[in-house]
Design a protein around this ligand. Structure first.
Ligand code: SF4
Length: 431
């Protein structure tokens, strides 16, 4: 099985340095890319069907195609890597950044060349200290090796690359809030309607892509669109870094064909649930997705198939709910996170999420009232799509509305018995 993204990752060992990366075939894709017209790379990425792996799944080639090209295009142009991996339960980009930093650098230079960017930034999650050290070393080696800076490999193409460490807010994962943070402004999302590809960082053409998305690009350049499409199962192309957390035997991450069934990931790779536990549900793509139930486990984990079971692929990193874990406590914990991370810009999210969190915490602690369930259901509508300035609040409502639907009896038991049936005390600290 081809695992292009993780082929050079050696668990518990230092990542490849420049020399070893070159010996393993590294930077060949860049050499090849520099012989092609920039638009030819965008065409290849479009034909391959590469989609955004940060959760949205937007076609990468289409995004790049919106960047003004040619001698009259505004300058400078920017490529920004969204490495601010803060979605609860998600740790796939960390694997790539720590495990193969030169792959990241090569992916950036190839992608920046495709849109003719002058400057690139890696916007990195503040807690990813090891990734920062390894990236910084790889960037320095790439400059010394002629892969960054002026006249890269004597091609006439120039690119400066900077590592930017995030000051630490979840909202910075939203592309336009990330750009505000990079400019030194308050990290709030920008108004929709202005295309970042035309007017992004400091008002200049800018592309923001996720780590995993970009890491695919050198392999597509080297092996072609058809090769990439054939990596996946069914209609979906490429590979995906899937992850599993929760009470399974082997939590972790695996690079597998895009479209691998959820059951196979959970059972063959994560080893199934620990002894004595039964599965109740899975949040398939980080915290901002709807629960998938045990009877739906045969669904293929790709963008289109996940919609058929009423959820989303999201980041492809699953959070598993077992029968010894209180679903109300789990949801109270998640909504506590989202309420804390609201940027405060729009009222429904700023004021609504704390209400949701407090209501859930009260139910979890045995102080809920029957009418609280209708109150929560109302919030899932008023904080849903169309009522808030960005997707944070609607995303926060996805696990809650599906949790209310699938685990209603658990909520009712908390209220009826005035205690958590699991005997857990995870509510009060959330007040
Ligand atoms: S939905 Fe929340 S995070 Fe998004 S702009 Fe409004 S307050 Fe900020």
């Amino acid at each position: 099985m081809d695992t292009p993204l993780t082929q050079h990752i050696r668990p518990d060992r230092e990542p490849l340095d420049l020399r070893s990366y070159e010996q393993a075939g590294g930077y060949q894709a860049l050499r090849q890319a520099l012989t092609l017209a920039p638009q030819a790379i965008t065409r290849l990425v479009t034909e391959a069907g590469l989609r955004g792996m940060g959760g949205a799944g937007f076609p990468t080639g289409r995004k790049w195609s919106a960047v003004p090209m040619g001698p009259d295009a505004p300058r400078p142009k920017y490529l920004v890597v969204n490495a601010d991996e803060m979605e609860p339960g998600t740790f796939k980009d960390r694997l790539l950044l720590e495990g193969d930093p030169h792959q990241m650098v090569e992916a950036i230079v190839v992608s920046a060349y495709a849109i003719q960017a002058d400057v690139a930034y890696i916007f990195l999650r503040g807690e990813y200290v090891l990734a920062a050290q390894r990236l910084q070393r790889a960037i320095a080696e790439a400059y010394a090796g002629g892969y960054l800076g002026r006249d890269i490999l004597h091609s006439g193409y120039h690119l400066e690359l900077y590592l930017h460490i995030s000051a630490g807010r979840y909202i910075c994962g939203e592309a336009s809030a990330l750009l505000n943070a990079l400019e030194g402004r308050r990290a709030i999302p920008r108004a929709k309607g202005v295309r970042t590809a035309v007017s992004g960082l400091w008002g200049r053409p800018t592309i923001v892509n996720n780590v995993e998305t970009l890491c695919n690009v050198p392999h597509i350049v080297l092996h072609g669109a058809e090769w990439f499409k054939a990596l996946g199962r069914g209609q979906a192309g490429g590979t995906k870094i899937y992850g599993v957390s929760g009470k399974v035997r082997r939590p972790g991450t695996w690079e597998l064909p895009m479209g691998t069934p959820m059951r196979e990931i959970l059972e063959a790779h994560a080893g199934g649930l620990r002894d004595g536990l039964a599965l109740r549900g899975v949040l398939p793509g980080g915290a901002s997705t709807e629960f998938v139930l045990p009877e739906q486990l045969d669904v293929a984990m790709d963008f289109d198939s996940m919609a058929t079971v009423g959820s989303r692929l999201g980041t492809g990193t699953m959070i598993v709910l077992d029968d010894q874990t209180c679903p109300v406590g789990l949801l109270a914990n998640l909504e506590h996170f989202f309420a804390r991370e609201s940027c405060g810009w729009c009222t429904p999210c700023r004021d609504g999420l704390p209400w949701v969190q407090q209501t859930l915490a009260a139910i979890d602690a045995g102080r809920g009232a029957p009418e609280d369930l209708e109150l929560l259901a109302m919030h899932t509508r008023f904080l849903g799509p169309g009522y808030t300035f960005c997707g944070l609040a609607p995303g926060a409502m996805e696990p809650l509305q599906s949790g209310l639907r699938h685990f209603r009896e658990d909520f009712e038991r908390h209220i009826r018995e005035r205690r958590c049936p699991w005997g857990a005390d995870h509510g009060d600290h959330l007040h």
